[in-house]
Design a binder for this molecule. Structure first.
Ligand SMILES: [Zn+2]
Length: 136
């Protein structure tokens, strides 16, 4: 009852001819509406994607299948001087792919596709995937 009388008072205080009758109706509604109706307005918060979310971390082999017959790829992950398999801290691979690579290298060596002690000289000039700086 109080809200209604207040809106009447407000209507009297308003100029006789409002810009549109709808605007006046909205003004009254804003005084009398409950909380639930005000939530239905367009300025309510909406669920949106986090703009600060970092992209998922992927290593260089995450989308590549590691095959033991792909000797040229596998030779990137062994040392040219000692023939040892580089560790994860050097290659930067994820744990799953590092394990796959080391398993594939061991399999290729046992099958005779790769040399055990040295890197094949024909793959020495291949691009350095791991970014290792060797001493000259
Ligand atoms: Zn990976």
């Amino acid at each position: 009852m109080f809200a209604l009388s207040l809106s009447r008072l407000l209507l009297q205080a308003l100029p006789k001819k409002p810009a549109t009758p709808r605007a006046a109706a909205q003004c009254i509604r804003s005084l009398t509406t409950s909380q639930q109706e005000s939530l239905k307005k367009d300025d309510t918060p909406t669920n949106m994607e986090n703009p600060y979310k970092s992209p998922p971390k992927t290593c260089i082999l995450c989308n590549i299948t590691v095959d033991f017959k792909n000797v040229q790829l596998l030779s990137q992950f062994i040392s040219p001087h000692t023939g040892r398999i580089y560790g994860r801290h050097i290659t930067g691979l994820c744990g799953r792919k590092q394990k796959e690579v080391s398993k594939a290298i061991k399999k290729a060596r046992s099958m005779g596709f790769m040399s055990v002690t040295l890197k094949d000289p024909q793959f020495i000039k291949d691009p350095d995937i791991c970014g290792i700086k060797h001493f000259e």
